[in-house]
Design a protein. Structure first.
Length: 230
């Protein structure tokens, strides 16, 4: 099974990429990146990298070659807030992908998994004391991708994951830190990555908006199953 991913050079996306590559149900991972990935990842036999400098335009020929993918993990984003990166790029991809799926007469729903955040705000009128612009912008993006999916529900299923603090796998004592803060506030990077990989290849029964506690619980369950089968 093939999946697509953006943001693979970032902290969340790179962790997710590694979980996807280790998932036995995933045969191919296509990463759309601006720069080369580290050699320890880029040489993986499952991985195909496509260098792109402009994510506001998705040529049909690129997406047509991957119209058989199960879905996309959109892990690209900023912390300070960029209207282009956080809002326009994901919508540009969805619009282009829908055109390709329609022309290809796709017979399966394409799963789009969008990385949002616990502290984003979809209410654009609400006043916020801290980081108002990036939190509202990413909240607006969450709303827009869901609205787009609802208008193309015959071909598209969207999931918005809203993690709290994502604890890097490389951080010493990451499991202890996650246990201290609790499943309502943080998630380990490998739990988030495993969960998003599962959603993309057809994890059923999940709601459109998925909060941190559900990500943690299901991610841990999936990791245990993964470890038991390896």
């Amino acid at each position: 099974m093939k999946i697509l991913i953006t943001g693979a050079t970032g902290s969340i996306g790179s962790g997710c990429l590694r979980q996807c590559l280790s998932n036995p149900s995933i045969t191919t991972v296509v990463a759309f990146v601006r720069r080369d990935l580290p050699p320890d990842v880029s040489n993986h036999p499952k991985l195909k990298c496509i260098l792109m400098q402009e994510f506001s335009q998705w040529p049909d020929e690129i997406l047509q070659a991957h119209s058989d993918a199960a879905g996309m993990i959109w892990a690209m984003g900023t912390y300070k807030g960029s209207r282009a990166v956080d809002l326009e790029y994901p919508l540009a991809f969805l619009e282009a992908m829908i055109r390709v799926l329609e022309s290809a007469q796709a017979r399966h729903k394409f799963n789009y998994v969008h990385v949002g955040g616990m502290f984003t705000r979809q209410d654009q009128e609400k006043k916020l004391c801290l980081l108002e612009f990036p939190r509202k912008l990413r909240g607006l993006a969450e709303m827009k991708v869901v609205e787009f999916a609802n208008s193309h529900e015959e071909l598209l299923k969207t999931f918005v994951v809203r993690p709290g603090w994502v604890v890097p796998h490389s951080l010493t004592g990451s499991q202890t830190i996650a246990a201290m803060l609790g499943e309502n506030w943080c998630v380990r990077n490998e739990e988030l990555g495993e969960f998003m990989a599962w959603l993309t290849i057809g994890g059923g029964g999940e709601s459109t908006i998925i909060e941190n506690d559900r990500i943690v619980r299901k991610g841990r369950e999936l990791l245990k199953l993964h470890e038991a089968s390896s």
